[in-house]
Design a protein around this ligand. Structure first.
Ligand code: SF4
Length: 279
């Protein structure tokens, strides 16, 4: 079940509910949980999305997920491999699934039993925050015994770039308002994809607006880290997105680090808020 020393996301499109990968952002072995083994379900339609078009007749079940997760973690233990995290990601937006609350509870329990050192991570595009019950669920999970690490996507500082990058029916203003409200109540890591659309990089006003928004969120005192990442794999559903040279991403990170420093914005322990780049 463990997949060599490479990243491999194809198994999830084959219907896998639990898929071990070596993740650049987790810096080691990450065990993914996919709530959508039958087809992609998402509130965004990002042109850079790496989820391949697919369809299976596999239905998600919390019991099957939990049993498979136990098996994958046992196998990692037998190989003396350290599991860095258990990560809700997969073929879409996890918070859309009606199984998400029960799956989160089951994964947290199994993590505590078998790999207490591993983080529990949710990768989300943030649109679930527009629903009160999901907002509250995530707030409690981040602060409570689950200690859920939330990696929240924020690809754009302007409505125009949001329209190009995320192609969502969710209004930009409402999404940003929900993310700002969440930043006042719970910790999270902010993730931003930087790539070209139809060959064009984000326009300069977009970069400035994104940085202003990042600073505003950091002022809440709850941002754990910023992750800027580039397009590393193909997105066969839409060829309009392409990667940008590393210096473009590095420039964004250098500018944000300087702005955070100038604004005196640090983590609660007084250390700088990490601004990492993943190419
Ligand atoms: S939010 Fe994630 S899963 Fe959804 S379309 Fe964008 S990249 Fe794909």
């Amino acid at each position: 079940m463990i997949i060599g020393s490479v990243e491999n996301h194809r198994s999830r499109e084959g219907g896998a509910m639990v898929y071990p990968v070596y993740s650049r952002r987790s810096k080691g072995l990450s065990v993914g949980i996919n709530l959508f083994p039958d087809r992609k379900v998402c509130t965004f339609d990002c042109p850079y999305c790496e989820v391949f078009p697919f369809q299976t007749d596999i239905s998600f079940s919390v019991d099957t997920m939990a049993e498979t997760l136990r098996g994958v973690l046992a196998e990692a233990r037998d190989r003396s491999e350290t599991v860095r995290d258990i990560c809700f990601s997969g073929n879409g937006e996890p918070t859309v699934s009606p199984f998400f609350p029960a799956a989160l509870e089951a994964a947290a329990q199994i993590r505590s039993e078998l790999v207490p050192q591993a983080a529990l991570v949710l990768i989300t595009n943030g649109t679930g925050l527009l629903k009160d019950e999901t907002f509250e669920l995530l707030r409690c999970a981040a602060a409570g015994s689950e200690a859920l690490n939330i990696w929240l996507k924020l690809d754009a500082g302007t409505e125009g770039w949001y329209a190009q990058m995320d192609c969502s029916a969710v209004p930009y203003d409402r999404l940003i308002a929900a993310i700002k409200a969440f930043a006042r109540t719970a910790p999270f890591t902010l993730q931003t994809m930087i790539c070209a659309i139809n060959g064009a990089p984000p326009p300069p006003p977009e970069a400035a607006a994104w940085e202003r928004l990042a600073l505003e969120l950091a002022a809440s005192g709850r941002i754990a880290a910023f992750q800027i990442y580039g397009k590393a794999r193909p997105s066969p559903g839409d060829p309009t997105a392409s990667s940008l040279p590393a210096p473009v991403l590095e420039e964004r990170a250098v500018s944000l680090r300087a702005a955070l420093n100038a604004a005196g914005l640090y983590r609660p322990d007084g250390k700088p808020i990490p601004v990492e780049v993943f190419l």
